[in-house]
Design a protein around this ligand. Structure first.
Ligand SMILES: NC(=O)C1=CN([C@@H]2O[C@H](COP(=O)(O)OP(=O)(O)OC[C@H]3O[C@@H](n4cnc5c(N)ncnc54)[C@H](OP(=O)(O)O)[C@@H]3O)[C@@H](O)[C@H]2O)C=CC1
Ligand SMILES: O=C([O-])CC(=O)C(=O)O
Length: 274
């Protein structure tokens, strides 16, 4: 629970965004609507300067220009490539970094580089719950000992277009759900960078990228994105099913994702935060 009463005396949190796609655009609109509530959106790093025009948001096209805006927090919502290109430099420059594209942390060398950069500058690498839920319980359960954690992600065929699933299935002709991937969270996140970030988030909160099990399902009977978590350990069991509405702008992405980022951002200035 985060109660969005902010510390009026604290300086507003200065936020900069990377990416103005399905997720970044919602975050930008929400932040712009909440200026004065302890947060201030400074601008966004995009591939084209014209992208922020409709929002009235300053857009820059280089990381140096984004860092020159002096953000406290940089929020990435642009994909694995952007994290590789900019992530370590953001932390080295002494800014906190919130990653939406969590699956890129399946690259062990990049994760080590980001952690080293955060340690050296005394800043934080932050991960939102994204399209998932239950991570608070699971992190508590991990302290007592977890024995098994599985994620099953179901999405409609449309959401698996332009992914390796197309080599395994005829997506246009599916008439029933098909499990086309079974493996580790690391392999899922690496092979499906726009669809299985949740696998990495769950794994990093629980048994790790190699021990957390993942199934990916193409399901022609659903319209949104569904995630089922099953976990067991010393404190009990968790069975959780999420039936997420898809973003109207990107069928791969659950609509809740940018709001989970908003929750994480607002929590940094909240008086009461859980
Ligand atoms: N943690 C989670 O639960 C979830 C994480 N995700 C992750 O979030 C990412 C974004 O999702 P979504 O917004 O739906 O995707 P979109 O494709 O709608 O938007 C991505 C945006 O980032 C831009 N972009 C790409 N590379 C760069 C770059 N180097 N610098 C600046 N901008 C860049 C793209 O521009 P252009 O189109 O011009 O290339 C596009 O506008 C996904 O790739 C996925 O990795 C998604 C869903 C859930
Ligand atoms: O938004 C979702 O449902 C999950 C997703 O795309 C991801 O984790 O990459």
């Amino acid at each position: 629970m985060t109660v969005h009463t902010t510390h009026e005396t604290a300086a507003p949190l200065r936020v900069a965004l990377i990416g103005l796609g399905a997720i970044g655009r919602v975050i930008a609109k929400e932040l712009l609507a909440r200026q004065g509530e302890g947060v201030q959106l400074l601008g966004a790093l995009c591939q084209h300067e014209s992208e922020g025009a409709e929002l009235g948001l300053p857009v820059v096209t280089t990381l140096a220009a984004l860092l020159a805006l002096q953000p406290d927090l940089v929020v990435e919502a642009a994909g694995h490539g952007a994290v590789k290109a900019y992530g370590p430099e953001v932390l080295r420059a002494g800014r906190d970094l919130l990653l939406v594209s969590v699956g890129v942390l399946s690259d062990a060398a990049l994760l080590a580089e980001l952690e080293a950069a955060a340690r050296a500058s005394g800043r934080q690498l932050l991960l939102p719950s994204g399209a998932l839920a239950g991570l608070d319980y699971l992190q508590a359960a991990k302290l007592a000992g977890l024995s098994r954690v599985c994620l099953r992600s179901r999405k409609p065929p449309l959401a698996w277009r332009d992914t390796p699933a197309e080599l395994l299935l005829d997506l246009a002709k599916l008439s029933e759900p098909v499990v086309f991937f079974r493996g580790s969270a690391r392999d899922a996140a690496r092979s499906y960078p726009k669809n299985a970030n949740v696998a990495a988030t769950l794994a990093l909160c629980t048994l790790g990228l190699d021990e957390t099990l993942v199934e990916l399902v193409a399901d022609p009977t659903i319209s949104g994105n569904e995630h089922e978590i099953e976990a067991s350990g010393a404190v009990g069991e968790l069975h959780l099913t999420l039936r997420n509405t898809a973003s109207p702008d990107n069928p791969k992405t659950s609509l809740v994702t940018p709001y989970s980022v908003m929750r994480s951002i607002m929590a940094r200035r909240a008086v009461l935060s859980v």
